[in-house]
Design a protein around this ligand. Structure first.
Ligand code: FES
Length: 97
């Protein structure tokens, strides 16, 4: 299991491989906001403070969205587009940065 810390809501959850961050946020009651849920609006952008390497590889949609925002921060991800891609470790995410 992966320990996930949603910093801005002080929520700590244990999650398994392949779980989407959107689903985890919804089930845990996190205040993370979502709009389109398909990688087009950038509402769900968040900073992966720790454990970015434990998430699914960045998608082309994320790259386009982050470029449109003018960001080159490799720790920013769209939470609707990434999932847990590891069996163990620690991930920390901040969505009010
Ligand atoms: S909710 Fe629109 S990009 Fe994630």
């Amino acid at each position: 299991m992966v320990n996930l810390y949603l910093k801005d809501d002080n929520i700590k959850v244990k999650v398994s491989n392949s779980k989407s961050l959107r689903e985890i946020a919804r089930k845990s009651g996190a205040s993370m906001e979502f709009g389109c849920r398909v990688g087009d609006c950038s509402t769900c952008v968040a900073k992966v403070v720790k454990g970015n390497e434990l998430l699914s590889p960045i998608t082309q949609k994320e790259i386009f969205a982050l470029e449109a925002m003018g960001s080159s921060d490799k720790d920013l991800r769209l939470m609707c587009q990434c999932s847990i891609n590891a069996d163990e470790g620690e991930i920390e995410i901040s969505y009010f940065f």
